[in-house]
Ligand binder design. Structure first.
Ligand code: DHB
Length: 305
């Protein structure tokens, strides 16, 4: 979609509009990413990739909640050696490709990020926020010391922008954001899923094989919005809003709170890729109606005194 009003710069990446595919949704192959680009996304984030292949958890891995999904896939991925081929192919996409990376140590995060960047990733998004895989994800993002080490190590290893995707499962997400930025984060993605679970009353057992999972979708939007609003007051780097965006109003709310762009995941899974165009068109109509010349003018606008 080429429309000047919707163009933006995100930590050095040029986006034609502020909608981004969130990590974890259709993010494995260039073919599915291509479908998302054709549907109008301004950038895409891949599924998280690590050093070695992982099968992930046994089924069931996803359960529907009221106004959302709870998932615990267990970070299934083919490992960076195989995924590097997919990143190289994804270079032909007409939008920036952001590769989501996880690791079990700062060193692993750095090695995987380097391989992703060498294969052509336009940016790296550090998954320091998966709510339930042991010794990675939120176990990194909940400990400012470890988060700082991981972020700094990756920053010194790659030349691409580094985004840090934070977990809301902490006492104060602003402290965590500040740590990430001090360690060199070029942007903050707020936020990943909220730790949750569901129980089947017939079997009287937890539904997910892993018992716990991450809650996403409309149910978490007000929490994500609060995180973006508060982080905007504390750090100067761009913030990417993520959590429950399914229509243009949600996206505009995130931008007024301080997000320069929004990631969309669950709505793509539940309603299909048409959401990118409908959100982008809705933002554009809002800007015209309110006489804003650029999407940049509404970023953080709700903070004015
Ligand atoms: C998984 C990873 C996440 O980052 C998340 O928020 C939820 C689930 C997973 O792969 O299980």
């Amino acid at each position: 979609m080429s429309n000047n009003r919707l163009n933006l710069d995100l930590a050095g990446l040029s986006l034609s509009n502020p909608t981004i595919l969130a990590s974890g949704i259709l993010g494995y192959s260039t073919e599915t990413l291509q479908r998302i680009v054709e549907a109008g996304a301004g950038a895409v984030v891949t599924k998280s990739v690590g050093m070695k292949p992982r099968n992930g958890y046994a089924n069931p891995t996803v359960v529907q909640a009221d106004c959302g999904l709870i998932n615990a896939m267990g970070l299934p991925n083919p490992g960076i050696a195989v995924f590097a081929g997919e990143i190289r192919k994804a270079k032909k996409l007409s939008v920036p490709v952001i590769v989501s990376v996880y690791g079990f140590s700062a060193e692993e995060y750095a090695v995987v990020s380097t391989k992703a960047a060498d294969s052509g990733a336009d940016a790296i998004e550090l998954n320091v926020s998966c709510p339930h895989v042991e010794e990675t994800g939120s176990e990194v993002g909940q400990c400012t010391k470890v988060l700082g080490e991981v972020t700094a190590k990756v920053k010194s290893a790659v030349d691409t922008p580094v985004f840090v995707k934070l977990t809301p499962n902490v006492t104060d997400i602003c402290d965590v954001a500040e740590t990430a930025v001090r360690a060199g984060a070029d942007a903050i993605t707020a936020m990943n899923t909220i730790k949750a679970m569901a129980i089947d009353t017939e079997t009287a057992l937890p539904i997910l094989s892993n018992k716990h999972g991450g809650l996403s979708g409309s149910a978490i939007k007000p929490v994500a919005l609060r995180c973006v609003y508060d982080i905007y007051e504390r750090v100067k780097v761009p913030i990417i809003g993520c959590g429950g965006v399914r229509n243009w109003r949600d996206a505009v709310e995130f931008m007024l709170a301080g997000a320069v762009a929004v990631q969309i995941g669950t709505a793509v899974a539940l309603e299909g890729p048409g959401v990118f165009k409908s959100v982008a068109r809705g933002i554009e109509a809002y800007l015209k109606k309110k006489q804003f010349k650029s999407v940049k003018e509404i970023v953080g606008f709700s903070h004015r005194k």
